[in-house]
Ligand binder design. Structure first.
Ligand code: KIV
Ligand code: ZN
Length: 385
């Protein structure tokens, strides 16, 4: 089984979510939880962005011992110097340096010809080598870059000394077959590709970030970059918990796994939500409040007979106590009777039937029927009979 390295960028790309701002203490708290979760690499920030971020990256670098700590830099000496400063004290430091390669970015943002992009990337990696033995190079907007030019850039990055080459779908434009094909092409055509790790970094603008990351794995990616709860610029980044649980649940298909401590997933998700202020939608895969909740009578009956009827993974795996059977207007008698037993009521069939009819009346009027509602309904019924 191939190991997939997990590069967490919650503290960098995740923090780029509009409205999110993590202070040093919050970054350290999340960094320590990511360490417990067992991520291989933590991108702690963008030190050239502000003195505060440099200090925060440094605090994470000094606190987290069991993960590679990474700082982001543009292909500029002053940015690389800032990462060097920020990563002082890290056990295992790594620089992440990037430069855009797509025609749109070359023309409108960088105002560079192809040869200037190659020269700038080469100069940045050469400069970085005086400080770092681990260097990741990202070809920003790789998804919209001509494939032959992307091969050329990747080959140059490897020749110059990059140890990881990252292929970002910066604007979430790719679909799985296109994105997978980029990895296949690089693997087949780039000289020296076996010497480095290839990394996938996806955004979720079209809702395909997880699918694209998995397509990259099927085509040889060694590392997946993403964030907890999928937070990040615009529609966010690849959600780490989704990729990791897809690998876990379908390992026979992917023939690959991460080494994450899975039962720390839920705790990590809650912490990131609390400190970032980004609420996790109820229907979010893996960590949403409804991810292991069942409302309809048919599903609840199946769950009560055998959980695998409607659950492909168990809530305990990600650190949750149990699945939830939620009582609402779609619920059936089986789950209702279970709930009564849980609440300590021993009713005969006739009493259950009468209470069930009242419950259905209430459920038609009220979205969530709580334990308190059930108690009130039963007490009233018992008193009046
Ligand atoms: O999406 C992107 O291109 C990035 C790079 C800095 C890697 O976040
Ligand atoms: Zn990104």
């Amino acid at each position: 089984m191939r190991k997939i390295y997990i590069f967490d960028t919650t503290l960098r790309d995740g923090e780029q979510s509009p409205g999110v701002n993590l202070n040093t203490q919050e970054k350290v708290e999340i960094g320590l939880q990511l360490e417990k979760l067992g991520v291989d690499r933590i991108e702690a920030g963008f030190p050239a962005a502000s003195p505060g971020d440099l200090a925060a990256v440094n605090a994470v670098a000094r606190s987290v011992k069991n993960a590679t700590i990474i700082g982001l830099a543009r292909s500029r000496e002053k940015d690389i110097d800032a990462v060097y400063e920020a990563l002082k004290g890290a056990q295992d430091p790594c620089l992440h340096v990037f430069l855009a390669t797509s025609p749109i970015h070359r023309k409108h943002k960088l105002r560079m010809e192809k040869h200037q992009v190659l020269e700038t990337a080469e100069a940045a990696i050469k400069y970085a080598k005086k400080y770092f033995s681990k260097i990741e190079f990202s070809a920003e907007d790789a998804g919209r870059t001509e494939l032959d030019f992307l091969c050329e850039v990747t080959e140059l990055a490897i020749r110059t000394g990059a140890t990881v080459v990252n292929i970002p779908d910066t604007v979430g434009y790719m679909n799985p077959s296109e994105y997978g094909n980029i990895f296949k092409t690089l693997k087949e055509n780039v000289k020296g590709i076996e010497k480095i790790q290839l990394s996938a970094h996806c955004h979720d603008d079209l809702g395909m970030a997880t699918a694209n990351a998995l397509a990259a794995i099927l085509n040889g990616a060694d590392q997946i970059e993403g964030t907890i709860n999928g937070i990040g610029e615009r529609a966010g980044n690849t959600s780490i918990e989704e990729v990791v649980m897809a690998l876990e649940t379908r390992s026979e298909f992917f023939q690959a796994k991460s080494s994450l401590v899975l039962n720390e997933i839920y705790r990590t998700s809650r912490l990131v939500s609390k400190l970032s202020g980004m609420v996790v939608p109820g229907n979010k895969a893996i960590v949403g409040a409804n991810a292991f909740a069942h409302e309809s009578g048919i599903h609840q009956d199946g769950m009560l007979k055998e959980k695998t009827t409607y659950e492909i993974m168990s809530p305990e795996t990600i650190g949750l106590k149990e699945s939830k059977l939620v009582l609402g207007k779609h619920s059936g008698r089986h789950a209702f009777r279970e709930k009564l037993t849980d609440l300590g009521y021993e009713l005969n069939d006739e009493q259950v039937n009468a209470a069930f009819a009242k419950f259905k009346d209430l459920a038609d009027k009220k979205k969530d029927v709580t334990d308190e509602d059930i108690r009130a309904l039963i007490e009233e019924k018992l008193v009046s009979t």
